[in-house]
Design a protein around this ligand. Structure first.
Ligand SMILES: [Zn+2]
Length: 304
């Protein structure tokens, strides 16, 4: 089967999913945060030109209820609401907040976060026991070293439980003190069975991310912001990106960064559809795997 025509706008996404033959999108990379934290994040993006050299108008700047409704209208079956601390003392609070959010929100899978601090295994272990299915780790915003000895038992706990970590450890959009696929590669060398999703496909080090995927059977990449016109202008993909995905086709998961993106979600879906169409070894089966099957399996979302 050929790849359906890419969605023209957000309202066209359900048509696209229907033609593709998937029961919806499973988005491994969505953000929900307590209102006052999200307000701070949005204030940061309002000054994006200072940080990133480009404007970053938040496309889905609506109330939490409206955002949940938007995901449903887009055909998102299940999503991982990700939270992340930028300083010590927030990891427990954010994990407890998102546990509650997921419990009361249709489609949201329970998640957690972590930070190198003395009680990290305490709150992380509690969240995993309570059913957390994915953990967000933001090395750039948190500005911590993922090799910090305080995190060693936390990585071990996740490897043991088989709970994946969505890790933003690439140098994009701006490098942090401890970003770099080489740095996180050392964590993987120490915890080779840790299930990981390299956020933004390791942007801008796409080759480094694919190298880690090739070396560790439980490492994945997510599509978050990758290949959209906005990102291509700053961090273009290698020309042979689609063919590079052939060998790792079962380790690519859909992510969008909803709601904190400067364009509609349909652009992300269209970008992934473009890769699928660019190499006949990918095609519709690859697209179904990326947009639904692989993230569903990773997040423990039941098949319909
Ligand atoms: Zn994100």
């Amino acid at each position: 089967m050929t790849v359906p025509a890419p969605p023209l706008d957000d309202t066209d996404v359900p048509r696209f999913l229907d033609e593709l033959g998937v029961p919806g999108l499973v988005d491994a990379h969505v953000h929900f945060l307590p209102d006052r934290v999200m307000d701070k994040v949005w204030a940061f993006f309002d000054r994006a030109a200072e940080h990133y050299g480009t404007a970053w108008p938040i496309h889905y700047r609506t109330t939490p209820d409206e955002r949940v409704a938007t995901l449903e209208k887009l055909g998102v079956r299940a999503f991982a609401p990700l939270v992340y601390p930028h300083k010590p003392g927030m990891g427990r609070w954010l994990t407890e907040w998102v546990t509650d959010f997921a419990a009361r929100t249709p489609g949201a899978v329970p998640t957690a976060t972590l930070y190198p601090e003395p009680d990290v295994t305490d709150y992380l272990g509690a969240a995993v026991s309570a059913g957390a299915r994915v953990v967000k780790v933001h090395v750039q915003v948190g500005s911590f070293d993922p090799r910090d000895p305080l995190l060693r038992p936390a990585w071990g706990l996740l490897a043991e439980a088989g709970v994946p970590a969505v890790v933003h450890c690439g140098h994009g959009p701006i490098p942090g003190a401890h970003t770099g696929l080489d740095v996180f590669g050392e964590v993987l060398a120490e915890h080779p069975t840790l299930p990981v999703v390299l956020a933004h496909a390791g942007m801008p080090d796409f080759a480094g991310a694919l190298d880690l995927v090739g070396r560790h059977p439980r490492v994945h990449i997510d599509t978050t912001m990758v290949g959209t016109a906005f990102t291509q202008a700053m961090t273009p993909l290698p020309d042979d990106w689609a063919s590079r995905l052939v060998d790792v086709a079962d380790r690519v998961v859909y992510g969008s960064d909803f709601p904190n993106i400067p364009y509609g979600v349909h652009e992300q879906v269209a970008a992934v559809a473009g890769w699928a169409a660019a190499d006949e070894r990918l095609g519709a089966p690859f697209l179904r795997a990326v947009l639904h099957d692989t993230p569903a399996r990773l997040l423990g979302v039941a098949s319909t």
